[in-house]
Design a protein around this ligand. Sequence first.
Ligand code: CA
Length: 315
Amino acid sequence: MRKVIIDTDTAGDDTIAILTALHYFDVQGIMITGGNVDFGQQVENALYTVQVAGKGGQIPVYKGYQAPILQLGTDKHLTVEDVHGSDGMGGANFPKAEQRAETMHAVDFLIDAVHANPGEIELLAIAPLTNIAMAIKKDPSIVPEIKHLHIMGGTNNDLGNITPAAEYNFYVDPEAARIVLNAGIPTTMVGWEMCTRYSIMEDRDHEDIEQLHTAGSAFFVAVNKVVKQFNKAVHKINGTTHPDTLLMAVAANPTLMEKSGNYYVDVETKGEFTRGYSVVDINGRLQKPANVTVCEQINKPTFKEMLLEVLRAIK
Ligand code: CA
């Protein structure tokens, strides 16, 4: 099984993504980055999700950076309780898991794990890229030893979700995204527009999931309760979006990507309206070498099958 490390701001779809990764990969550890909701809550959400997968105590969870690189003083980055519920878990307020987070910092864990498995570790990034950027800053010698980086973030010349221009993960820490994208790690990016086009689970898909009658399907329903209403009201989307789960599925099964392109990708860090916008230079106007494989089309039925397989397996 391929060895991976997950970097997550665990709320909403991050949980289903973690279940998906635990199903398809040998997960070495889970790192938490500041993002979706209160940091301590995200840690609890990740620990609880590991327990739901039946792997409590087996997958270490590491606390990383709680805030973006440039966050000053008592400023707070934008959290999205309105999307995922106050607890980031659809308001389900699950009990605390028995497993506790490790004391080692996530960045030190990442550096040690990569050096201990040179050329073997793949990173599954489903949060702002703060932890990964800081690890690269702390020890640039990890870069050539990382096998692949899979990122859910940005858009490919398309509509953002947190502002018209920007997708949430890149918007929260654009400087981190720049550092990571320009580091030279082989990278695949699944942008937000892939999620709105190919990852939406509509009411009838939810019915198929409920019909599984497993602990996994019950968890899926609970976690997605708030986001379902939010999507209808704000994004005019009839169903739930699964950006992080889609990223895991693409990483596990690259043939899921029916179309992709290799482009130069960078991130706007200034911009009155465009901070966090991902520049995907499809026509090569910047004359820079391609640094990212950008996902452009997904086989949706296969994605749904993979999701069902994951939820079916959690009894
Ligand atoms: Ca996430």
